[in-house]
Write a protein that binds this ligand. Structure first.
Ligand code: OAD
Length: 248
């Protein structure tokens, strides 16, 4: 048995007996679907732009059409992408454990397309727009418009995502926080763990003596005190973990 096999086997035994599993996913889980991770996304046309300027209230105020073009391109890419085995493994896991809370920082909608339900989207969604005037939420809008408008009041729509400097949606954050406090197994998957408050969730779970797994392609930059670490592709390791826990 390699040390990786040992980690998989030991963590799988925790997963098998878990009552409440929390999974926190980041851009890395969608990498194998062809969606660039957040920190790899600055390529081509967009390499000249700083994401912290584009994805910010000030950036939108300065040039809303540019910001809309950026999100339109990401939405089209997300729609063309397919969920990968990691997304499907988490959807399957929900049916195998008594309770699963899936928290994501991703805005691509791939968890839902893989069959996951009640996904907690901490950073919003590419597939929704919000009116800057009346706050209404829209799941479709005129995609041809450079500056789409609210069908109710004519106000300017914006992507319903969390921008730098903005608060996270309160209900989503509260649910995520409570889940981290009350779970017995916590899995952090494909996130660099540098953006708060999501980055604190594994620490909260650990402080309540949950079993914590960090599954990432490479060592993270941020220091965390994980109990289990697996460095590998989520699309390979997650199906393996679920199989080791439930199908062997
Ligand atoms: P990042 O791009 O910061 O990190 C992606 C992580 O996934 C890295 O640690 C990679 O090593 C890892 N990774 C890449 N491919 C992988 C694979 N196939 N399997 C497993 N891991 C893999 O993305 P996030 O951590 O999601 O926030 O970024 C967090 C937030 O930072 C984003 O939601 C965004 C950004 O600011 C907002 O826009 C509010």
């Amino acid at each position: 048995m390699t040390s990786l096999d040992q980690v998989v086997a030991t963590f799988a035994s925790h997963l098998r007996s878990a009552r409440h599993v929390v999974t926190l996913t980041g851009a890395g889980i969608s990498a194998e679907s062809g969606i660039p991770t957040f920190r790899d996304a600055q390529t081509g046309l967009w390499s000249h732009f700083n994401p912290e300027e584009l994805a910010s209230p000030a950036g939108f105020a300065r040039d809303p059409a540019l910001v809309w073009r950026w999100y339109a391109e990401r939405r089209v890419k997300a729609c063309a992408a397919q969920p990968n085995p990691a997304h499907y493994a988490l959807a399957q896991l929900a049916d195998l454990v008594p309770q699963l809370t899936l928290i994501t920082q991703n805005i691509d909608g791939l968890h839902q397309r893989a069959g996951s339900r009640n996904v907690i989207e901490l950073h919003g969604s590419l597939h929704r727009a919000r009116c800057t005037v009346d706050g209404s939420i829209h799941s479709t809008w005129d995609y041809e418009e450079e500056l789409p408008c609210c069908p109710n009041c004519g106000g300017l729509l914006r992507p319903d995502v969390v921008w730098f400097g903005e608060m996270l949606p309160r209900a989503a954050l509260e649910t995520a926080w409570a889940a981290a406090l009350n779970c017995d197994v916590f899995m952090s998957i494909g996130t660099s763990g540098v953006v708060e408050p999501a980055a604190s969730l594994p620490r909260i779970a650990l402080s309540r003596h949950a079993t914590v797994l960090i599954l990432n392609l490479e060592q993270e930059t941020a220091a965390r005190p994980p109990l289990f670490t697996i460095y590998g592709k989520a699309g390979e390791m997650l199906p393996q973990l679920v199989a080791a826990a439930f199908h062997q």
